[in-house]
Write a protein that binds this ligand. Sequence first.
Ligand SMILES: Nc1ncnc2c1ncn2[C@@H]1O[C@H](COP(=O)(O)OP(=O)(O)OP(=O)(O)O)[C@@H](O)[C@H]1O
Length: 348
Amino acid sequence: MTSDDFLSDRAARPVVDGPVIEADGVRRSYQDGFEAVSGVSFSVARGELFALLGTNGAGKTSTVELLEGLARPTAGTIRVLGHDPYRERAAVRPRTGVMLQEGGFPSDLTVLETARMWSACTTGARPAAEALEMVGLSSRARVRVKQLSGGEKRRLDLALALTSRPEVLFLDEPTTGLDAEGRRDTWELIRALRADGTTVLLTTHYLEEAEALADRLAIMHQGQIVTAGTTAEVTASQPARIRFTLPDDVPAGHLPLSLRAGADGRRVEIRTAALQESLHELLAWARESGVQLLGLDARSASLEEAFLQIANTQLRSRSEDPRGAGAGTTDRNRFPGKTKDETKKVTA
Ligand SMILES: Nc1ncnc2c1ncn2[C@@H]1O[C@H](COP(=O)(O)OP(=O)(O)OP(=O)(O)O)[C@@H](O)[C@H]1O
C-alpha cells in the first residue's frame, strides 16, 4: 500500500479563499520579558509547503506554537483557515494536525492503544491502524511506547498528527532522530500529503530536507525573518562557485585578471555573482590559450551555503552594532539553554 491510498477522503469542509496561514507583525514575549519572536510576517497558500529554518533559538518553535494556537501572540495577528487559532481554537483545531518537537505519550500504552485513544478523541478520524501504516509503524503496533526508539516515537507523533485528516499540518522537526531510510519515507509521505492538497508548515535543521520539500522557505535569526522566498530566490543572493585545477605548466597569473582572486597555487576557486558570464570568460580564455581545466565544477550556492552565509552575516552585523546583540529591552543571550514552555509537552 502506498501513501496515496490513504488520502483524499476528507469530509467536505469550508474552503478558504486566500492564504491558509497568515502571520502579520507577530511578536511573542515570554513571562520573563524575553522576546523570542520579534515582528514576523509571512503567508502560506493552500497546498503549499512552507519551511521555517533558522539557527538554534531563532524562534521557530515559538512561532509555530502561536500558529498552532497553543499560545497568544504579544502583538500582531495570526489567521489559520481564516480564524484566530488561539481565540477560535474550536474552529481551527479539528482541521489541523500538529506534530510538536517533543510529543508526550503515556509510556505504558502500546503504539496501537495510543493511536486508538487518539482516534477516539478525533472527529472524522482515520482508523488507528491506517494512521500507523502511513508512517510505517504497523509492525510495532503491540510494542509499548516506552520501548520505541527515538525515531519510532517521531513516527508515532506523525501518525497522531495525521489522524484528523488535517487540511493544515504543522511539523516541528519531523525527521529528527530518523535514519536515512525513515527520513526518505517521511519525505515521500509529506510529498503525497501536499499533492493531496494539505498545506504544510515545517521546521527543520536539515537544509536538504527544506531543499527537497519546500515550495517556499523563510530563514529566521534572533526572532526575525531575515530572508524568504523559493530555494532558488534565497540562494540567488549568494555567490556561485567555479572550481578547477590548472595544469602544472600554467601559472595562475595567466588567468584573466577578473578570475585570479581565488587561486591558491594550481587550484582555483572563483566566487561569482554572475555564474554564466564568469564561466563564459573562463572557457573562452581556456580555449584561446589551449588550457585544459582539470576537474572543472561550477554550481550555484546551495541552501546550506546561503544559510551559513546569512547566519554569519547576521552574527557579524550584530557584534559590530555598538548596542550589542542584546539591544533593547531584552537580552537574547541571557537564557541560552532555557527549557521550553510547558506547552511543548501538550499534544492535544
Ligand atoms: N518558556 C520560555 N521562557 C523564556 N524563554 C524561552 C521559553 N521558551 C523558549 N525560550 C527562548 O526563546 C528563544 C527561541 O526559542 P525557540 O524554541 O522558539 O527557538 P527555535 O528556533 O525553535 O530553536 P531550536 O532550533 O533550537 O529548536 C530561545 O532563546 C529560547 O531559549
